[in-house]
Every structure is written in structure tokens, then in C-alpha cells.
Design a protein around this ligand. Structure first.
Ligand code: CTP
Length: 399
């Protein structure tokens, strides 16, 4: 199941470090190789010798170990793996990861890696519930870090609640899912989502009703098939997708810059409801009534069309560029014309007239328009639309 997969295992300093011996054994049984890295604190709970014997490899412990540096530098060590697993991920390790602190070999590797990172948190229930850990967890999730567990139950410290490290089989399953199951493994896909906010003055902005639910579901579905997803979202209140690298933006111009910064990509899905216009000159102080009863005259300029910009790139264009067309009349005709005008490969057309209940609702009713025809999909939840779209994207990229 994990044949040939290389796992870099960072063992943190907590009582759950003892479970790492079994974890190493189970990973190797499934065909993975495990390169262990231990923090100083981990050595208080499990000996490097036991870890080394079970892993069948030397244990890396010291950033300044010259022999290690000569054999394999820490940068190379962090990149030779298919996945970096931190288990147990203590509150301290999570805090350092969230803040980019590279103070020893383990945390330096975590900063230097370009591979997927999974944490298996383990700590006392109060530490897990602490506001600082909540913040750090949210930051790590937004950085695309995968999280296995923790579970609820009695802990070594005598308290009961969430904070127990996930069981070994659960961590192994989560690794299998992240590494092997997906047809989009090794694919990089950009997803834009949500509305944009275009400022008028320091307290007012132009927005729209997009909830970001469809974009988030698409990012979830693509990540679920193993893609490395860059999720670029305007201001929304919904949860962020699991396992995607999140970039938050406000305006259309910021969204364009974030998309350009995320290229190259194998595919790009533009689900954001980008404001077509922005105010030409944002007022530096609050605009007030002038007593005349007349509204202020706002001058607008057109925003960059992000989808068209990427779809019409002369070089480095993603292989598959997908747009959305939210229409209220002549849906198919307007969307077909929009696909041509913007130069994208597919356009997902949907009717967002108020009577459909689609805007802000849980369901969507879409037609996929491509170069050679249209496909009418039945009305279904936004999650199912996302799954169907992700599967179609995988077929094209692997075809
Ligand atoms: N889009 C974009 N950048 C913009 C406007 C739209 O990337 N500045 C993308 C959307 O994310 C969507 C597609 O283009 O995938 C179509 O968006 P839509 O708002 O329907 O199209 P418009 O270009 O605004 O066309 P119109 O307002 O004329 O219907």
C-alpha cells in the first residue's frame, strides 16, 4: 500500500513518542521507508537506539552534526521524502511550525521542505483547547498542513478529552490517503473562490453575495484526489479547505497577483465572483454627505479579468483552464460566448436567478461547456458538483 514511499518522521517530545516505535513498524510493513528525526525532548521518552533499530536507518538529531551535513545536508534530507510526518506533534512544535521558527534540526527541516507535511497532534486537553494552539492549528491548516487526529479519551496525564495522539492505524491510513490514493497526485492546481471587496473609502467597499461554498468544495475535492491545491480566496466566513495552501486576498488586483505568483500549474479553476469594477480613486478618508442631497459621484475602472489573463497566456498556460459563468438569462448562449471570449477550455454555466435558490444555497445546477459540446449535470449538492468536476479534471490531466 505504501510501497516505495519515503516518510521523514519527526518525533516530538511527548509521551506519545512511545507509539512511534509501532508506527515505524507498521509503515515499514506496508513498504514505506522511514527516516527518523528526533528532537532533544523526544529522546526523553524513547531512545534513539530503539528508533534506529526499528527504522533500519540512523536517527538524525543534530543540525550541526558535521558528518550528517557531509553525507546529506538538512535541505536535501527534507526534500528526499515523499511526506514529512510529525508525530507526536507537541504544542511547542505546532507553535514553532506556525511561526516559522527554525531552532533545531526538526524545525529547520519543516521550514525547508517542499513536500506535504502531516501532523499527528498529542497534548494535554487544556493545551489542545488553548487559544494559542487553536490559532496555530488554523494557521497550519491554511499552510496546507494535513492533520491526523487527535482522538478523545483518557490521557497519560490522567485527564480525559481531545488530545490523545491518533492511533497508529489511523495515521497510517491518513498517510496512505494523502500519498497514494489520488489520481491527481503530483498535480498542482489553482482554485480562486469567494467574492472580492473593492474599497470606496476606508470604511466602505463594493462586494457581492458569493459565499465561496462552491470554490471551497472544489478545492476540497481536488485535494482529496491528491492534488497540491493553492486556494486563493476573497473575504469569506466559511472554513478553509482541508490540505490546501490558502492565500487570502481582498481585491481583484490582489487576486490576480496571487494567481500569477502561484503559477505554473497543471490546471486552474476560477470559481471566484470577481468584481468587474473598482473605484478609480479610493478616498483616503470617509466620504461624507455634502448637504446637497446628491450622492457622491464615483468613477469606476474595469478590473483585470483574471480568468482571461491566464487562459490567454502565450507561454506557461495551465493545461486546463476552467471558468464559471453565473448567468440569469440565456444561460447556455451567454456561457458559450463567454468561454470563447475568455479563451478557457471549460466553462461551468449555472443559472443564478433568485428563484433557483442557487446563490448562497447548498445545491447547484450546472452545464459543463467545452470545445465540442455541452454536458447537462443534474441538480446536486455543491460537494457533488465539485467531486464530479475534480474527477473530470483528473481524467484530462492523466489522459
Ligand atoms: N473572472 C475573473 N476575473 C474577472 C471577472 C471574472 O477571473 N475580473 C472569472 C470568474 O471567476 C468566472 C468567469 O470569469 O470564472 C466568469 O465570471 P462572470 O462574472 O460570469 O463573467 P464576467 O467577465 O464578469 O462577464 P459578465 O459580467 O459580462 O457576465
Amino acid at each position: 500500500m505504501l510501497l516505495g514511499q519515503k516518510i521523514l518522521l519527526v518525533i516530538g517530545g511527548g509521551i506519545a513518542a512511545c507509539k512511534c516505535l509501532d508506527l515505524i513498524r507498521r509503515l515499514r510493513e506496508r513498504g514505506a521507508s522511514v527516516t527518523p528525526v528526533m528532537t532533544r525532548a523526544a529522546e526523553e521518552f524513547v531512545t534513539p537506539l530503539s528508533v534506529s533499530v526499528l527504522a533500519g536507518q540512523k536517527v538524525y538529531r543534530d543540525l550541526f552534526d558535521l558528518t550528517d551535513e557531509a553525507e546529506m545536508g538538512h535541505i536535501q534530507l527534507s526534500r528526499a521524502a515523499d511526506l514529512v510526518l510529525v508525530a507526536p506533534a507537541t504544542a511547542e512544535l505546532m507553535a514553532k511550525m506556525a511561526h516559522g521558527i527554525a531552532s533545531d534540526l526538526a524545525t529547520t527541516l519543516l521550514m525547508a521542505t517542499d513536500k506535504r507535511v502531516m501532523i499527528a497532534p498529542a497534548m494535554n486537553v487544556r493545551m489542545w483547547d488553548h487559544a494559542a494552539t487553536r490559532r496555530n492549528l488554523a494557521t497550519l491548516k491554511e499552510d496546507g498542513v494535513l492533520v491526523a487526529g487527535p482522538n478523545e479519551g483518557p490521557m497519560a496525564c490522567g485527564e480525559i478529552g481531545p488530545g490523545r495522539m491518533a492511533e497508529v492505524y489511523q495515521i497510517v491510513d491518513a498517510i496512505g490517503h494523502a500519498l497514494v490514493c489520488g489520481p491527481l497526485r503530483n498535480r498542482h492546481i489553482i482554485v480562486t473562490s469567494g467574492p472580492t471587496h473593492e474599497p470606496i473609502d476606508p470604511v466602505r467597499y463594493i462586494a457581492n453575495r458569493s459565499s465561496g461554498a462552491q470554490g471551497r468544495a472544489i478545492a476540497d475535492a481536488l485535494a482529496g484526489l491528491g492534488a497540491a491545491v493553492r486556494f486563493i480566496t476573497g473575504p469569506v466566513n466559511t472554513e478553509m479547505p482541508e490540505g490546501a495552501l490558502v492565500t487570502r486576498v481582498k481585491t481583484a488586483q490582489e487576486m490576480l497577483e496571487a494567481v500569477q505568483g502561484a503559477l505554473p500549474a497543471d490546471a486552474a479553476v476560477f470559481a471566484a465572483a470577481v468584481a468587474d469594477w473598482r473605484v478609480a480613486q479610493q478616498a483616503t478618508s470617509k466620504i461624507r454627505k455634502d448637504g446637497s442631497g446628491r450622492p457622491p459621484g464615483l468613477e469606476f475602472v474595469e478590473n483585470p479579468d483574471i480568468l482571461a489573463t491566464v487562459a490567454q497566456m502565450a507561454s506557461g498556460r495551465p493545461r486546463l483552464v476552467v471558468g464559471f459563468a453565473a448567468e440569469t438569462d440565456d444561460v447556455i448562449a451567454n456561457a458559450t460566448a463567454k468561454r470563447k471570449r475568455k479563451g478557457c477550455d471549460w466553462i461551468i454555466a449555472n443559472d443564478v436567478s433568485p428563484e433557483t435558490g442557487i446563490l448562497g444555497g447548498a445545491e447547484n445546477d450546472v452545464t459543463l461547456i467545452h470545445g465540442t459540446g455541452t454536458e447537462d449535470w443534474p441538480r446536486m449538492t455543491k460537494e457533488l458538483v465539485a467531486h464530479r468536476l475534480a474527477t473530470r479534471i483528473a481524467e484530462v490531466l492523466n489522459g
